[in-house]
Design a protein. Structure first.
Length: 365
């Protein structure tokens, strides 16, 4: 566990985000050689670790579920900016980038982050405990958002897996409304549904009584968190030509670029969720997973709907048959996981198997 009481001044958690931001400015819009690409990748990894540290500091100050909400929203807002930037400059091949990235984010969060957190928590404590009320409500919201934005376009009367202008506007407004309603529920009257299940004398119980950082340290960490996240996504954009070249050289379909982008962008949430699971705070891990999936859809679709006014070419949002099967199976398994309010390592393994199937089929469609 990172000691949030230590002053962050002049530590690596301050220097790395600032260095990453400087490197982003030096490399943005330039063709990089192999040496630069490797160096940027190392700095990108350091920025991810720094972002996780500062997210934990902020979370400990503001309490849950506000802490996990801060990280999920911050990452998603910058992810949306990255998607729009790539779509504006990428040409016709990026028509399905929003769909590929959002669907990858949903599969990575619901199967990767959830599965890894449950597996780690169950292996360490024998059983992963969480609130079924909050997790169930979050899963229902994610399912509705995914269906409205990614499933329905496949079955509309429009040629191709896309919405008409009116349908896209409705999906965008409905997605944003559902996301706002969930946030109000999570942070308002039913906040207790999203708090960790604390076992007496357990790791989570001990942490609940740890003194929070001062307001000054939390404010500094919030600023550095935003700097680190901007650097993470910006450097991912800098690395995107190398990613596209690597995907093409490996013989993978172009849609796999969206998967790689989602993997990079979700690294901070993944590490934060695993760290929470190691401290017996499984509900925080689930808040991060479901909140990230929800924000990816609820914020991306409205922004893409607005951006479609000036974006050239079609906007393909509908999932294909294989993706529909994976999404349906993921939702079904996730419902069986969250209903009891506890999970074993088996459930974690099942979710990770679904993630492996998604990645394999993304490479071999």
């Amino acid at each position: 566990m990172i000691d949030v009481r230590r002053s962050p001044l002049l530590s690596w958690t301050v220097l790395v985000p600032l260095l990453a931001f400087v490197v982003l400015g030096l490399t943005w819009g330039r063709d990089l050689g192999a040496g630069w690409i490797a160096g940027v990748a190392m700095i990108l990894a350091g920025a991810v670790l720094a972002a996780v540290h500062h997210a934990e500091v902020v979370a400990h100050r503001v309490g849950e579920p506000f802490g996990s909400l801060v990280l999920a929203v911050a990452v998603t807002v910058i992810e949306v900016a990255l998607i729009v930037t790539l779509m504006v400059s990428g040409g016709p091949e990026t028509a399905s980038l929003a769909r590929d990235t959002v669907f990858a984010a949903v599969m990575i969060t619901l199967n990767g982050i959830v599965g890894l957190s449950l597996l780690v928590g169950a292996l360490r404590y024998g059983m992963a405990l969480f609130n079924p009320e909050g997790s169930g409500a979050a899963l229902a919201t994610v399912t509705t958002l995914a269906t409205l934005s990614l499933v329905l376009p496949t079955f509309t009367s429009e040629p191709g897996p896309k919405f008409s202008s009116a349908q896209l506007a409705f999906a965008a407004l409905a997605s944003l409304a559902l996301y706002v309603l969930f946030v109000l529920t999570q942070t308002g009257r039913h906040r207790d549904f999203f708090l960790p299940v604390v076992s007496e004398g357990g790791a989570a119980d001990v942490e609940e009584h740890a003194p929070p950082p001062t307001r000054r340290k939390a404010a500094a960490s919030l600023g550095l968190l935003l700097v680190a996240l901007v650097a993470v996504v910006g450097l991912a954009k800098v690395e995107s030509p190398a990613i596209e070249s690597g995907v093409q050289a490996a013989g993978f379909p172009h849609s796999f670029v969206g998967v790689v982008i989602a993997l990079l962008v979700l690294l901070p949430e993944t590490l934060a969720a695993v760290r929470a699971a190691l401290r017996e705070r499984i509900q925080i891990s689930l808040n991060l997973a479901f909140g990230s999936a929800m924000a990816s859809i609820g914020l991306t679709i409205p922004v893409i709907a607005i951006a479609s006014v000036w974006l050239e070419g079609p906007l393909l949002l509908g999932l294909g048959p294989t993706q529909l099967v994976l999404l349906t199976l993921t939702v079904f398994v996730s419902a069986l996981t969250v209903v009891p309010g506890r999970a074993t390592r088996l459930q974690g393994g099942v979710h990770l198997a679904l993630l492996a199937a998604f990645l394999f089929l993304a490479i071999n469609p």
